[in-house]
Design a protein. Structure first.
Length: 144
């Protein structure tokens, strides 16, 4: 992934979200999953909304997604962001209602389209309180 010099607000790591923000160290996109019914939860909550089970555990998904919606941001809200950039809503293939707000990277703006196949890439951010790996998405297999 091509690094961009951007200012990033680093999330506070907790026992509840560490799996998500640090899964990228192993190249994995990790969500909480109900071990009884198989439902993925994001953001993490202490009980499954499907079967009310508390038997939840972090589990990696394939990292593949489809672009559900997006907008191209042309305004520099924070210093250091390279403009324009794409804010996207992606649907994880394992569970389409499992959606993530992220960015589409490594793709010309004119080639971005709803429904396009994407794959996760991670941007490593060093932080004295714990490094994080931001999940971003690019066209799957170079397909645009």
């Amino acid at each position: 992934m091509t690094e961009q010099s951007t200012t990033v607000v680093v999330p506070e790591l907790t026992d509840v979200n560490r799996h998500f923000w640090q899964g990228g160290e192993k190249g994995q996109l990790v969500f909480m999953r109900c071990q009884d019914c198989g439902y993925y939860l994001h953001p993490p909550i202490p009980i499954c909304p499907r079967d009310q089970s508390k038997n939840l555990a972090p589990e990696a998904v394939s990292g593949r997604a489809a672009l559900a919606s997006y907008t191209v941001n042309h305004h520099g809200w924070l210093p250091g962001f390279e403009l324009p950039y794409v804010v996207a809503l992606v649907e994880i293939v394992e569970q389409p209602e499992l959606r993530l707000t992220t960015n589409v990277v490594n793709c010309p703006l004119e080639e971005i389209r709803i429904g396009m196949a994407l794959q996760v890439v991670f941007r490593h951010i060093e932080d004295p309180h714990g490094d994080v790996w931001l999940p971003l998405f690019e066209p799957q297999g170079g397909q645009k």
